[in-house]
Design a protein around this ligand. Structure first.
Ligand SMILES: [Fe+2]
Length: 312
């Protein structure tokens, strides 16, 4: 058995390493392994960001925090979160041991399951970290999943991934198929990044300049949630699909460029358009640069299409 005293700290969690070595992607949340340090890290993260959520977060996010009864004083137990979440949108948080290959990630969303990291960042370094942790996934993402419209947007991502897999399967030349898939996955990842992770939205009832935050990367970052709204140097532009799918990004610093949507309805329409562009071959050669798409990501789409022979 893993030593409980090491806790479930990101990058120092033997329980996670052992699950990975056994090839287990979907796991249980071994709640008793959280150390007192881990619990203290959650308390501090939650207490310092709460006033910033109240100031900058989308009203639907704040509603979601209340509806989930997220605990301020201890790491949430996923079954407790799911007890409140599932009746609202059918979504649940599903514990994973680490990186989920791209197709499987999107396919989970289609099944209304959200792959959720259970480790928590090191308490000595509370600020933004590039890899997800339970604060990013549960405090940053899951409150938005209480909203039906937003949840349906995530499901559409999964459906679009299936479309991508089927379209790729129709390309006979293996090299061309892999090159086009890599480009399509890159376009999807950029769309996801500039919306679900780092999206801004016009504040409901506000004027055109008045924006709020619905992207989880911003909602789980004490520094960036304020910076993205208050810093005049941050470029905020109306969402444009042709720009977003061609725009590279870097994850190690605050974002200099963000996109604003008018509403969740507009977001939903843009995903429909993403799929339409995919069907018309318009995502097969997007501009290079981040994010990187691994061979495993490409393979996950190819394998999915060969397992599932349903038509496009
Ligand atoms: Fe995320």
């Amino acid at each position: 058995m893993p030593n409980a005293s090491t806790g479930l700290t990101t990058t120092q969690a033997p329980f996670i390493e052992e699950a990975k070595s056994r090839g287990e992607l979907y796991i249980e949340q071994p709640y008793d392994l959280y150390s007192e340090d881990n619990q203290d890290t959650w308390r501090r993260l939650y207490a310092r960001i709460l006033p910033r959520w109240e100031m900058y977060a989308h009203p639907k996010f704040l509603e979601g925090v209340k509806k989930l009864a997220l605990p301020p004083d201890h790491v949430p137990r996923l079954p407790d979160v799911n007890k409140f979440l599932e009746p609202l949108s059918g979504f649940s948080a599903k514990a994973v041991s680490g990186y989920v290959p791209a197709f499987m990630f999107f396919d989970c969303l289609r099944e209304r399951a959200f792959p959720t990291t259970i480790t928590i960042r090191d308490g000595a370094r509370l600020d933004y970290l590039p890899e997800p942790d339970i604060f990013h996934d549960v405090a940053g993402h899951v409150p938005m999943h209480t909203d039906r419209m937003f949840a349906d947007v995530l499901v559409r991502f999964g459906e679009v991934a299936h479309t991508a897999a089927h379209l790729a399967a129709e390309i006979r030349d293996i090299e061309v198929r892999e090159q086009k898939l890599e480009s399509v996955i890159k376009a999807m990842a950029r769309f996801f990044w500039f919306t679900i992770e780092f999206g801004l939205m016009r504040r409901p009832g506000g004027d055109r300049q008045d924006v709020c935050v619905y992207g989880s990367g911003l909602l789980s970052s004490f520094g960036e949630i304020e910076n993205c709204i208050e810093n005049d140097r941050v470029q905020r532009f109306p969402f444009q699909l042709e720009w977003v799918v061609n725009q590279y990004f870097e994850i190690h610093h605050y974002q200099p460029l963000l996109f604003v949507v008018d509403s969740f309805e507009q977001l939903f329409e843009q995903i429909d358009m993403l799929e339409d562009w995919m069907r018309h071959g318009k995502l097969g050669n997007v501009s290079p640069g981040e994010p990187g798409v691994s061979k495993e990501d490409v393979r996950s789409f190819i394998d999915a299409a060969s397992k599932d022979h349903a038509g496009v």
